[in-house]
Write a protein that binds this ligand. Structure first.
Ligand code: URP
Ligand code: ZN
Ligand code: ZN
Length: 479
């Protein structure tokens, strides 16, 4: 009888700490042994010296999330997780979003129904707290955190989601008491609405004005305020989708003060600029394809984001996959083909392209060490959201979520090659030199040589532990 269900031979492994050559022995979906010349497996794959990395964890995706503006997310858990697997991501963390007036638990139950039987990679849920009533703060949120929903996002903008400062403080206090991780969307909502009104009055309605309605000052102010509120309550927070210099400066300052401020950035802030939002006479609103918030900035800000990835300012690199079709009545054109920028759904797809883009331009042809890539895309997300050590590394006992990479490729990203249900990718035409050859989810091949081989319903729901990075700082008290 074979010693292992599967052995991956001659792997060039990387973790967030080390790189090493090993055979990987897998039993019942978990890594059972790492070693040289391991005994035989019932199946064997020869990695032949190729990079074998932990499966990606995309800790910021939106699948099948209900909307209030007539739009509909193109990807549900079926197509969203399929796309994830094909791009080397084996765990996703989308959002169970509370609508105002809805109980948080109802939002979670609804979201489980949306995922059930459809997911082909593993998944956990972040909560979105949009209506922090007394019952939510005192009963629902603490209970849900203890049940494995140990992270949640709050918004400082968007009319149907935003919290005021007092509400943010109340929610942060619950996170501190319970040990949850809070993700904050930091943009100043009143500045945005004032700027938007002015632009519209001047007839500036094209997609490109989205960027002018949300300049970096708006993000800087809210980032500063979020940091101050977290300092007041003495609880760590993570600022999501950081776009450029001014927010980075706030985060760097806070980290320098010893505050536990974590930060996430996304491919759109490395590979897109405000110019991708189109020209003034964008007759067909093509720039809508790149409308997301915060908006992409400019080349100088892209460099600041690269520097932040390299220096360790950022802990997490996510896609913020928010999938709306460009054509059709319920995507970017939900309010009409020539709708003004403020009526165009925010968000762009990217769950499948996140890892190949960063591997190609960050590691093979950029400033990142392989271990930094692994940390940003797998290990740190697992630790930040309570999935470590089951997920996020190559270690004995961990789930055998692994990606064997092809490198040295000469290809460009084409939407026709992708597996999401969106009719475009904002990254069309960008060159990549790396793509997963094989993705394994708990030892099962879900993507091999250009074919999706996963199965709907095989993805498991992952209750999350309380994340260690969410612990308030232990102070040395000399008094
Ligand atoms: O524009 C964006 N980022 N849409 C997705 C929702 C969010 O705020 O992350
Ligand atoms: Zn956001
Ligand atoms: Zn998002």
């Amino acid at each position: 009888m074979a010693a292992f269900d599967l052995v991956i031979r001659n792997a060039r492994c990387a973790t967030a700490a080390d790189t090493f050559n090993a055979d990987i022995g897998i039993i019942q979906g978990r890594i059972a042994a790492l070693g040289l010349d391991l005994a035989g497996g019932a199946e064997e794959i020869d990695a032949a010296g190729r990079w074998v990395l932990p499966g990606g964890i995309d800790a910021h995706v939106h699948f099948d999330q209900p909307t209030n503006d007539g739009s509909r997310m193109a990807d549900d858990f079926l197509t969203g997780t399929r796309s994830a697997a094909c791009g080397g991501t084996t765990t996703v963390i989308p959002f169970a979003c509370q609508q105002k007036g809805q109980s948080l638990r109802a939002a979670v139950e609804d979201y489980h129904l949306r995922a059930e039987g459809k997911a082909s990679v593993d998944y956990a849920f972040h909560l979105i707290v949009a209506d922090p009533t007394d019952n939510v703060l005192d009963v629902e949120l603490p209970a849900l955190i203890r049940e494995g929903y140990s992270s949640f996002k709050i918004y400082m903008t968007y009319d149907d989601l935003k919290l005021n400062d007092r509400q943010i403080i109340d929610v942060l206090a619950v996170a501190r008491a319970e040990g949850a991780m809070v993700m904050i969307h930091a943009e100043n909502t009143d500045c945005i609405s004032w700027l938007t009104e002015r632009l519209l009055k001047q007839g500036k309605t094209a997609p490109r004005y989205h960027a002018q309605s949300r300049p970096m000052l708006v993000e800087r102010e809210a980032t500063h305020r979020a940091i101050a509120l977290s300092e007041l309550v003495d609880v760590p927070i993570l600022i999501v989708h950081v776009s450029g210099r001014e927010a980075v400066e706030q985060i760097r300052w806070a980290q320098g003060q010893g505050l536990r401020i974590y930060a996430e950035t996304c491919p759109q802030y490395l590979f897109l600029t405000a110019e991708d939002l189109g020209l003034e006479d964008d007759e067909h609103n093509h720039g809508a394809k790149c409308i997301c918030s915060p908006p992409p900035r400019d080349k100088a800000n892209q460099q600041v984001i690269w520097d932040g990835l390299e220096s360790g300012l950022f802990q997490v690199f996510s896609s913020d996959h928010a999938p709306f079709c460009f054509d059709g009545p319920d995507g970017k054109k939900a309010a009409g083909a020539d709708a003004s920028f403020d009526k165009i759904p925010n968000g762009i797809p990217g769950v499948e392209t996140r890892l190949p883009l960063l591997f190609s331009h960050g590691v093979l042809n950029g400033p990142l060490e392989m271990s930094q890539f692994v940390a940003l895309t797998a290990t740190n997300p697992a630790k930040t959201y309570g999935l470590y050590p089951r997920k996020g590394s190559i270690a004995v006992g961990a789930d055998a979520d692994l990606v064997i990479w092809d490198t040295g490729l000469e290809r460009t990203i084409k939407n026709t090659d992708l597996h999401h249900a969106v009719d475009y990718t904002p990254y069309e035409g960008i060159a990549v030199s790396a793509w997963p050859a094989i993705t394994l989810l708990r030892g099962e091949i879900v993507w091999r040589d250009g074919e999706f081989t996963g199965q709907a319903g095989k993805g498991q729901f992952l209750p999350c532990d309380l994340p260690t990075p969410a612990h308030p700082k232990t102070r040395k008290d000399n008094s």
